[in-house]
Ligand binder design. Structure first.
Ligand SMILES: [Zn+2]
Length: 498
């Protein structure tokens, strides 16, 4: 392996064309599991949400959860899929300790939703991602390896299994292969997962939290030279944030290009993404469908959603994110470029909520894409995890608009809000940040500044009004930035030219 050529990303995408594909698992937010009545609360004591059905005890029979089927059909409809009028669940057989039945109930050749698409916007350009299938299955339990340094099985002294998650309804959304994205493949992969997450969030069928695992993503990547057939793909598992989706595709493109450039071959395998290093390592060689010995699940009746029900669900779909964005852009009177930057920053909902809280769209955009984006960037946090609510931003702007604070003070107030000191008004009061608007106090500060800078004052008296800037600066300094600069300037000119 030491002979592998190291290429930069730019070299890799100049020599090879990537084809990507995404498989996304979404844990549905139903109250009960897929085939039994066990609750699905996240974070409960291990093995307290289990029963004979989800533990696979002999004689226990599954019954399909109607709410989960409805949610899956709604996802399929939102992704422009056809809904199968008839289909069966299938048994996927494999042995793994976190799967107590030794098979998983899934859907194989008769998925509930097929043949759709999702339009994804990247820098104003529309990319249509084909959706091959959307099917419903049950989640597995969780294995915890303890006693080792890494939390992985190697070096662990024991392994514990928690079956609370076993049997939670899981929807798998599989794209068709996406060729032709070139150097933008990593960004398009990220944009797709972002849009999919927003669609599912809008449908209110899952909380789609990547960090909690209710939205999980596997990324397929292959490379080929121009004009040649698609290459062998690898599947990168455990990609747990939007940023990681982008990084995983990028690092896999660089790695595969290096192997191919050195005359090597890509092996079809699963790979694991590592958050800390941003690269992938080899997992297991990929099983093929025949290894799972699928067969129709004999304990469940076939699924046959009536056409009228599907039509009702379709008619009741909410406004989807892309349509909503277009409407908001018109409401807010943003240019395409302004709206793109809002979308790229993931700030659509934050700005919408800030406007609902009373701010103008322009001022909401200014804060979220300016000062707040800068802080999020500095601390590598997402905007919505900064600790500043849309209501606080609206309040901050109204304090500026009413002249209580100026822009400079507003940044200090924001610091206080982020530090958990309360609402903007509370921070202003506690830190004594209100603008000095009392003319008496300002006049005294102005007189002091004039007395301390006789040369500059003389210039202003001689008609060189531009020189007043230095005096304004002196007053601002003396008042700790809490004076209104415009008022100070007016006072100085009035004083010296009267
Ligand atoms: Zn159960």
């Amino acid at each position: 392996m030491s002979t592998v050529t190291q290429l930069t990303y730019e070299e890799a995408v100049a020599r090879f064309e990537p084809v990507i594909g995404l498989e996304t698992h979404v844990e549905l937010g139903t109250n009960t599991k897929m085939f039994c009545g066990c609750p699905t609360t996240f974070g409960a004591e291990p093995n307290t949400q289990v029963c004979p059905v989800c533990l696979g005890l002999p004689g226990a029979l599954p019954v399909a959860n109607r709410a989960a089927i409805e949610a899956t059909i709604r996802i399929g409809l939102a992704l422009n899929c056809s809904i199968a009028p008839w289909g069966r669940f299938a048994r996927k057989n494999y042995f793994y300790p976190d799967m107590p039945k030794n098979f998983q109930i899934s859907q194989y050749d008769e998925p509930l939703c097929v043949d759709g698409y999702l339009d994804v916007e990247l820098d104003g350009e529309l990319v249509r991602i084909g959706i091959e299938r959307v099917h419903l299955e049950e989640d597995t339990g969780k294995t915890l390896h303890v006693g080792g340094a890494t939390g992985r099985i190697h070096g662990a002294t024991e392994s514990l299994v928690d079956y609370n998650r076993a049997g939670i309804p899981l929807v798998e959304i599989v794209t068709r292969p996406v060729p032709g994205t070139g150097a933008r493949a990593p960004e398009i992969a990220r944009a797709y997962v972002t849009e999919l997450r927003d669609v599912i969030r809008t449908l209110d069928v899952s909380d789609v939290r990547m960090e909690q695992g209710s939205l999980r993503c596997d990324v397929n990547t292959s490379l080929n030279r121009t004009g040649e057939a698609w290459g062998t793909r690898t599947e990168t598992k455990n990609v747990n944030s939007l940023r990681s989706v982008e990084r995983a595709v990028r690092s896999e493109i660089i790695r595969q290009a290096g192997v191919l450039e050195s005359g090597g071959k890509i092996i079809q395998e699963t790979r694991h993404f590592h958050e800390e290093t941003g690269d992938t390592t080899s997992g297991r060689s990929k099983e093929t469908a025949t290894d799972y010995r699928y067969f129709p699940e004999p304990d469940l009746v076939p699924l046959a959603p009536p056409a009228e029900w599907v039509a009702e669900l379709k008619a009741a779909l909410p406004e989807l994110p892309r349509v909503r964005r277009a409407r908001l852009q018109a409401d807010w009177a943003f240019s395409d470029l302004d709206m793109q930057s809002v979308v790229n920053a993931g700030a659509v909902e934050l700005i919408s909520a800030t406007v609902e809280a009373g701010a103008t769209a322009a001022s909401a955009r200014k804060w979220w894409l300016g000062e707040l984006a800068r802080r999020a960037n500095e601390t590598e946090t997402e905007l919505d995890a900064l600790g500043v609510t849309p209501a606080a931003v609206a309040e901050l702007q109204s304090l500026v608009d009413s002249g209580k604070i100026n822009d400079k003070l507003a940044r200090v107030v924001l610091e206080g809000v982020i530090a958990g000191e309360g609402t903007p008004a509370q921070v202003v009061a506690a830190r004594g940040l209100e603008v000095v608007s009392d003319e008496g106090a300002l006049t005294a500060a102005v007189d002091e500044a004039i007395a301390a800078n006789p040369d500059i004052a003389a210039k202003v008296r001689d008609g060189k009004v531009a020189a007043a800037g230095a005096l304004v600066g002196a007053v601002m300094k003396a008042t700790g930035g809490k004076a209104d600069a415009k008022t100070v300037r007016e006072l100085i000119i009035a004083r010296l030219t009267a």
